[in-house]
Design a protein. Sequence first.
Length: 822
Amino acid sequence: MNASPTPLRIWVDGTEQRLRQAGRFTIGRTPDNDIPIVHPMVSRHHLAIEWSGDAWRMVDVGSTNGFYADGVRLTGMMLSGNHRIRVGDNVAGPLVDIAVMQPASGGHAGPAQYRSAPIPHRGAQPPPRANPSPMRSAPPGFSGASAAPHLQALHQNVSAVYQISPDGHISPQAGSGRREAIDIGASARMSIGRTPDNDIVVSDVLASRRHAQLTATPQGLVIEDLRSVNGTYVDGRRISRQLLTEGSVVTIGNSDFVVQGGTIVRGQSQAAVADGLHVQAIGLNIDGKQLLHEVEFAAGPGSLTAVIGPSGAGKSTVSKIVAGGANPSTGTVTFEGRSVHAEYEALRTRIGMVPQDDVLHRRLTLRQALRYAAELRLPPDMSTADRDNVIHGVLAELQLIEHLDTRVDKLSGGQRKRASVAMELLTGPSLLILDEPTSGLDPALDRQVMSTLRRLADAGRVVIVVTHSLTYLSMCDQVLLLAPGGKTAYCGSPGAVGPAMGTEDWAEIFAYVAEQPDAAHERYRARNRRPPARPPSRRAGSPIRPPQTSVTRQTSTVSRRQVRLILADTGYLVFLALLPIVLGLLSLVIPGTAGFDVNSSTSLGETVQILVVLVVGASFMGAALTVRDLVGERAIFVRERAVGLRPGAYLLAKVVVFFVVSVLQCAVMVAITYAGKGTPGSGLFTAGALELFVAIAFLGCVSTLIGLAISAAVRSSEQTMPPLVVVVMVQLVFCGGLFPLAGRVGLEQLSWIFPARWGYAAAANAVDLRAVSPSSPSTQKETIWDQTVANAALAYGAMTVIALILAWFTYRRLVLKKKSLS
């Protein structure tokens, strides 16, 4: 006869559940599990705990990332005593603590006669208290009774509570099933972070290894940020050190802690989490034009909401406001009980926004694109293996694992859109917003994307999708129909649209809404009374600060990505290699045999013309190298900037890589010229050949900044060619080698603003042009070509000033260029 099951206590993310009856209980990411763990490294169905007749055992049920105990990946284990496992990854996976309760005395133990074995601690962390509170709210359409009837009355869920007394002891709050005091010295401190050696472990990819420190003082609890990357927030404001008051909400990554009665409680209340998203009568007016009018809807965890409507109805505007990218004129947006706009800095990592444009570099493989994205979004103290595990977990959820090494441009439209979603899921957002994800997709891919969004919602997220497609609205829990002018015409279940609108034909509904937006809105208001609009909650405190990843690290990441992009584009790489060869050969076409020696009557002006080819060639190569770069990846940059990429680091990385490429191109061009025309004689400081190369390379680098400035200023790649042609022609005319500029009032002064003018002067200085080609008309008048230290300093100084101005202009465009309302 099988023995009665020994009660089992399980802690997940600081909450407790108890298993008292025989059966099979599942752990996984989706809500249909008995113990859900919403984490990208956790599979939909990951583990099972079952009573084997005389003992509990845990088995892997075919998960992608497995589970670990004592650093070893296992497929199954018998449970006795205490166990600590990590699900999905040995370092960054969520922790699960398990304690097999033991009879209080010998013999058979009744229901109340068990005592718990000592619980394994996370450093000095105490076990959770035994006050029951729900672990999480069930998403709409999911009933705990229907999903796991055998678990009713078997689970006891608690919030983890940590109490630090000023005398240096840590203990559970009074009323706990177990009391434990740990002496940590005269000054009570608890470390908070991602790794298990912290006193309070936050299983969150956005938490640093050592994130914050909690200290008990006579005045109360004090929280101090330990220079974490993503910051520590109190009531939505980023802090360095702050005294906590009753009810304060401390946010670390995507995890909340609430101060209650001198304790700190992990997690928001059940009501706050179940509250989900609430959009309350938001309106938007810009320059007297009404874009939105009292739009409101609510979406709970596990729900999928479609925002539809004719063109000009404000669908994308709603998504930007809900995502926190724009402030409403009236109304409020709350998520999990907190104002999105007043506490945006603390909530931004919980909100994933997938724009209409793909936000991946198409020339990279999916693995490469996500690795670089993870470096920019996740804490720098995460190892490469940890980041790869996060990536694998996200791709497993999106069913893209088999495409890990496929180039993004080889993916189908639906797969690319899922890949864009994967970028956002790296940080584990609980609110996901997508703008036109099915735009341009055929019906099959449309269904594929909507099915993916349905699965993402079923995993416990709030998912909002702006769409023109009406084919698969039945997959959604609710539909928000907007009329022109941003007025609500319908909000409710897709299946209830018929009684509300008088027809189920969406074509007729759209025609009616487009033709009579006011009537449609009044009809909706008559069916749905609403409270008066509340004033909007503005972003509180100082301007939003990005995560504090170092500029050096971000520059390194973007630089390596840029090199990878260049190498991945074979056609572009061949163009970069051939261009300096062609330009170098052009210099050999110039008639004459003197080269850089003193020009005779038979080779009059030969050196002057060689320098014109080199100077204009460097100007063209530099500008052509970069002119399409920034505008071509603007959508990617805008999204990366929103999640913490600094414009300065982004620009610096581009400059470093393109400077190196430009120098290499100039070296090839100059080397070919030297091979056919010989080398200059002595320069001002060293060999003339070296000084001429430096002058041409310096000009090439400055010209890359011209290309970047053009790219930052235009709106599309198609607009880059006209400015590029104009710039090259102007550089040719004003370099000074075609005809004399000295002494021509107006033209001479105008030439000073062009780097080719000063690049030519530096090159002339390097070869001592006035001595080499004394009979040329230009050399007789251009005194800045004299080989003197003053002229060299003037030429390089002027190019440096122009470069700084171009860099500043480009940086300002990157900072000010916004794809959203503000």
